[in-house]
Design a protein around this ligand. Structure first.
Ligand code: F6R
Length: 241
């Protein structure tokens, strides 16, 4: 694991964008995209580089990490809609190049298998962007998730529902269940960028990076991966030894 402590959140965004730009300029690429607030600066930076620097995503594909169960892809808070609004509609991905899980699938277990197969058919993920939950989750692999887990349904913890209530008009509207890539699935990405900013993430980052590899902190599974870059601002790094 390479830990890079940067002065500000803007530096984290620029450094993450540099890694993605390098990948995308190297040839057709498969990107793993997270939603939530953490990667927004990175997406803004990439949009800027697309507009002013000719960075093209036309030959790349993208796979989302997770989706709320019960929300149609057209729901404004579905991760399909969010990623389109925040990033992919503002650059030049091809029409069918941005893949997500179907939160309204009648058979979520089959949907999970279909998604795993489509990642594999694309050749696997070259660079995966991750945020981290205050409880150490990555994707929506909440504490006690199996370190070898594959894409499946998970129940959100009360903490995560509270953390995500800010995106919904009514906190009770935050779905209880999600479909998420598993820790084993995420771990197959060839390069993982774990981003965190702000003091609220400091404990989770310390546990992920310096704690034991344990299901209580799902992000600690990344310690076993051969190519992880952790990009944090000073505040998120404040509880590192
Ligand atoms: C989102 C995701 C989550 C978030 C995490 C942090 O697709 O998989 O793991 O990365 O909940 O969320 P923010 O960035 O909003 O603090």
């Amino acid at each position: 694991m390479e830990i890079v402590i940067l002065p500000t959140a803007a530096d984290v965004a620029r450094t993450a964008a540099d890694a993605i730009e390098q990948q995308v300029r190297s040839g057709p690429s498969v990107l793993g995209l997270a939603t939530g607030s953490t990667p927004l600066g990175t997406y803004q930076e990439l949009i800027e580089r697309h507009r002013s620097g000719g960075l093209s995503f036309a030959t790349s594909q993208a796979f989302l990490l997770d989706e709320y169960l019960g929300l149609a892809s057209t729901h404004p808070q579905s991760y399909h809609s969010v990623i389109r609004g925040e990033f992919t509609d503002s650059v030049d991905f091809g029409a069918d190049a941005v893949h997500g899980l179907d939160g309204t699938a009648k058979d979520p277990a089959s949907e999970a298998l279909r998604y795993e197969a489509s990642i594999e058919a694309a050749g696997g993920v070259d660079v995966q962007i991750l945020g981290i939950g205050t409880d150490g989750h990555i994707g929506f692999n909440e504490p006690m998730s199996s370190l070898a887990s594959r894409t499946r349904i998970k129940t959100l913890t009360r903490q995560t529902r509270q953390d995500n209530a800010r995106f919904f008009e009514n906190p009770a509207d935050v779905p209880d269940h999600v479909l998420t890539q598993g820790l084993g699935t995420i771990g197959e990405a060839r390069h993982i960028l774990l981003l965190a900013m702000g003091e609220s993430k400091a404990e989770a980052i310390a546990a992920a990076v310096e704690g034991p590899v344990a299901a209580m902190c799902p992000a600690s599974a990344l310690q076993l991966h051969p190519h992880v870059t952790v990009l944090v601002d000073e505040a998120a790094a404040s509880k590192l030894a």
